[in-house]
Design a protein around this ligand. Structure first.
Ligand code: MN
Length: 218
């Protein structure tokens, strides 16, 4: 009997109004309980179909369609699960990154301001819906910026996401209307740099040995 594990909606690490005034409670509540939850449900629904197919109960499975559904919904689940702890309550987030992350940002982008400008432009110029991502590249040990469309397109297998910003309209429209740029500019006030730095430390220790076991750590 084939039985896959199922995904669950993780709780927010703060209250729904904790990011005000930068992101209002109504957005956070809908975003977490409706949008993120829909991706959890969607990923599990794709697993249901594959499971039934493996049991012989769904012989006509459209494999391409179900795997496309899975990629989209799993991508949505993963990206939101990183996005929530990437933010901290207003007054506790923002500022500049310290630790190894601060050093890496200076090393690979020249300065925090240069990084912020490039990442901000990546977020503001996503065509349609998607994400900007700061990730760790386990091949070179560098930081990389990616632009992801939807939740999964243009994402790569190797880059480990450290900091992500959701630029789907559901992330800002109720407060910022069509002004995505203002949302992105205000979002910096709630970035949880301690979380991003902790993710970098884990990526340094885990990602390269996983993908390139023969290469030394940086
Ligand atoms: Mn979203």
């Amino acid at each position: 009997m084939v039985t896959f594990s199922r995904y669950e909606l993780p709780p927010l690490p703060y209250s729904y109004n904790a990011l005000e005034p930068f992101i209002i409670e109504e957005i956070m509540r809908l975003h977490h309980t409706k949008h993120h939850n829909a991706y959890v449900v969607g990923a599990n629904a794709a697993l249901d179909k594959i499971e039934k197919h493996l049991r012989g109960e769904l012989p006509g499975l459209d494999v391409r369609a179900v795997l496309r559904d899975f990629s989209f919904n799993y991508g949505g689940h993963i990206m939101h699960s990183i996005f929530w702890p990437n933010m901290a309550p207003a007054g506790k987030g923002g500022g500049k990154p310290g630790g190894r992350l601060g050093d890496f940002i200076n090393k690979f982008f020249g300065s925090f301001e240069a990084f912020k400008s490039l990442f901000g432009q990546a977020a503001k110029t996503v065509e349609g819906v998607g994400w900007a991502v700061l990730g760790y590249d386990p091949i070179t040990g560098d930081l990389r910026i990616l632009q992801v469309e939807k939740h999964n397109l243009l994402m790569t297998a190797g880059i480990v996401p450290l900091l992500v910003i959701d630029v789907w309209e559901h992330a800002y429209y109720l407060q910022y209307k069509n002004d995505r740029a203002s949302y992105v500019d205000n979002w910096w006030n709630v970035v949880n740099w301690d979380d991003v730095d902790a993710r970098l430390e884990k990526a340094l220790n885990l990602a390269k040995p996983l993908i390139y076991p023969s290469l030394p750590l940086p």
